[in-house]
Design a binder for this molecule. Structure first.
Ligand code: F1P
Length: 338
């Protein structure tokens, strides 16, 4: 039978969950900011692990256009605060057309939680500062569990499910090991504090991680940061690369590594300084203008969760060096309620 050690017990979604999940034909994910990046990763998981059709869109666009909702749509909203106005409005607008709603949230009793049919609480508690950090990593765990529970009704095999659950058991120690990279990341942050622009690259589920790294640098360090899927470099952004544009790459040792390395060579050839978080320090060698930080080896499924931590630490250290307020960045609110 299926592994069920309590992690993937359907009762965590509430009593109605089983009846709803049995009718799901596709997923529509809606969120803003960091929560949207978590949703982007979930789309890769839902489609590649479980074969569930999955769409993801920022609530601030979705709510203002005419959307076509197909039969059997489970509407998944992701929000740290549960109070983001656009996400709440998107849910209210489609409420009577969807199969059911599921909210992934940090705050019990928040508006989204009250108005959603099913809820999966991250148990991480509210963020203390404005920028979402623990919310992101815990949203990803919640989304992975959701992928398992729904995936059983689609193409997720028992073997794959077992592999994911065993991988999740390794997560706490992998997170501790990535936090232990703090000193190396602090040294690296000096190369960013004087710069005005930066580029973040990743492929596959690591592309949304690159987006999240860039967002954190913008939010708390006020450095212009853009993220690209590494394969898009040659379609424009390569023109920006020079010695004043540090480039961060998240490069786990997965089946995308060879392609990513080719993209990174294009950066190096144009004088760009590279900072690579690498899964294999044998495959990705340091050199002139190439700094390599070795990540622990890990199951591929956990890469987007674990590789986010050093990017969060990088933004933190750059912000400290620049003297910006890490918890209360200028111009931003903890929850955007209007
Ligand atoms: C969404 C969000 C956060 C961001 C900031 C503004 O919030 O964009 O990701 O860090 O706090 O709001 P939420 O819907 O996840 O609460």
């Amino acid at each position: 039978g299926r592994i069920n050690d309590g992690l993937v017990d359907e009762s965590v979604f509430g009593e109605q969950a089983t009846a709803i999940f049995d009718q799901v034909k596709q997923i529509q994910i809606i969120a803003c900011g960091t929560s949207y990046h978590a949703g982007m990763i979930a789309k890769y998981w839902m489609e590649s692990l479980a074969g569930i059709p999955c769409h993801v869109e920022v609530a601030s666009e979705y709510r203002y256009r005419s959307v076509v909702i197909q039969e059997g749509t489970l509407f998944v909203s992701i929000s740290q605060s549960g109070e983001t106005a656009d996400t709440l409005a998107a849910l209210r607008d489609v409420q009577d057309q969807i199969l059911a709603s599921l909210t992934i949230c940090n705050v019990p009793g928040s508006s989204l939680v009250r108005e959603s049919d099913l809820n999966l609480m991250t148990k991480a508690g509210p963020e203390i500062g404005v920028a979402s950090t623990k919310a992101f990593t815990t949203q990803l765990v919640a989304l992975l569990l959701t992928t398992i529970v729904l995936g059983r009704r689609f193409k997720l095999t028992e073997d794959k499910e077992r592999e994911i659950v065993l991988a999740l058991a390794e997560l706490p120690s992998l997170i501790e090991r990535s936090i232990a990279m703090d000193g190396a990341i602090e040294s690296m942050s000096q190369s960013f504090a004087e710069k005005h622009h930066s580029l973040f690259l990743g492929r596959g589920t690591l592309y949304p991680v690159a987006m999240e790294g860039a967002l954190k640098l913008k939010e708390i360090s006020y450095i212009h940061a853009e993220a690209y899927p590494a394969g898009e470099l040659k379609h424009g952004p390569l023109a920006l690369v020079d010695k004043d544009m540090p480039v961060v790459a998240v490069a786990p040792q997965n089946d995308m590594l060879d392609k990513l390395k080719a993209n990174l060579q294009e950066v190096s050839a144009r004088g760009g300084e590279l900072f690579i978080f690498a899964g294999s320090t044998q495959d990705v060698q340091p050199g002139e203008g190439i700094h390599v930080l070795g990540m622990p080896s890990m199951p591929q499924i956990l890469e987007p969760i674990v590789y986010t931590i050093p990017l969060q630490l990088l933004s933190y250290h750059v912000a400290v060096l620049k003297g910006t307020d890490v918890d209360q960045p200028r111009n931003l609110a903890k929850s955007v309620t209007v």
